[in-house]
Design a protein around this ligand. Structure first.
Ligand SMILES: Cc1cc2nc3c(=O)[nH]c(=O)nc-3n(C[C@H](O)[C@H](O)[C@H](O)COP(=O)(O)O)c2cc1C
Length: 136
């Protein structure tokens, strides 16, 4: 049986919305990165976002505090303009020798009057399909 966890960082709930969609598919609670991983896992769905061109500084801390084995990370993200947080997550994971799946999920998040209502219901359906594909 594969062991899977979900962690996310969110400021305004956009990335959390994606995390909750993943949770619905795999029946595992979506938790903020302030909740430490407490057992070895095969897959970690890790959600992040962009503020001032960067992922939040609590993400490096989250990585630094990991003391369990992780098979691989699957990154998902929202951002106002940037296409993804993937490269920043890979860079961080590499520091700790954790592999990151080449597949990622990204969608727009509402920001300063653009991307109104995103992530929307289509984004939620898209990430659910993405997760089913990953687990296939
Ligand atoms: C303080 C702040 C700074 C932001 N800076 C950027 C940025 O530099 N580039 C970008 O693409 N989006 C930026 N955004 C937009 C967020 O990435 C976007 O709203 C995202 O969906 C937020 O996700 P969250 O609600 O999970 O925190 C910024 C948002 C905030 C609140």
């Amino acid at each position: 049986m594969m062991k899977i966890d979900i962690r996310y960082y969110t400021k305004s709930g956009h990335t959390e919305k994606l995390a909750n969609a993943i949770s619905e598919v795999i029946n595992v609670p979506a938790k903020p990165i302030s909740e430490k991983l407490d057992e070895d896992i095969d897959i970690l769905f890790l959600g992040s976002s962009i503020y001032g061109n960067s992922i939040d500084p609590t993400l490096p801390k989250f990585f630094n505090d990991i003391d369990v084995n992780i098979g691989s990370i699957v990154s998902f993200s929202t951002a106002g303009v940037m296409e993804s947080t993937y490269e920043q997550i890979v860079e961080l994971a590499n520091l700790y020798g954790i592999s990151v799946d080449k597949r990622e999920f990204h969608c727009r998040g509402e920001f300063a009057g653009i991307n109104k209502g995103r992530p929307n219901s289509a984004d939620v359906e898209n990430i659910k399909r993405f997760v089913r594909d990953i687990l296939d």
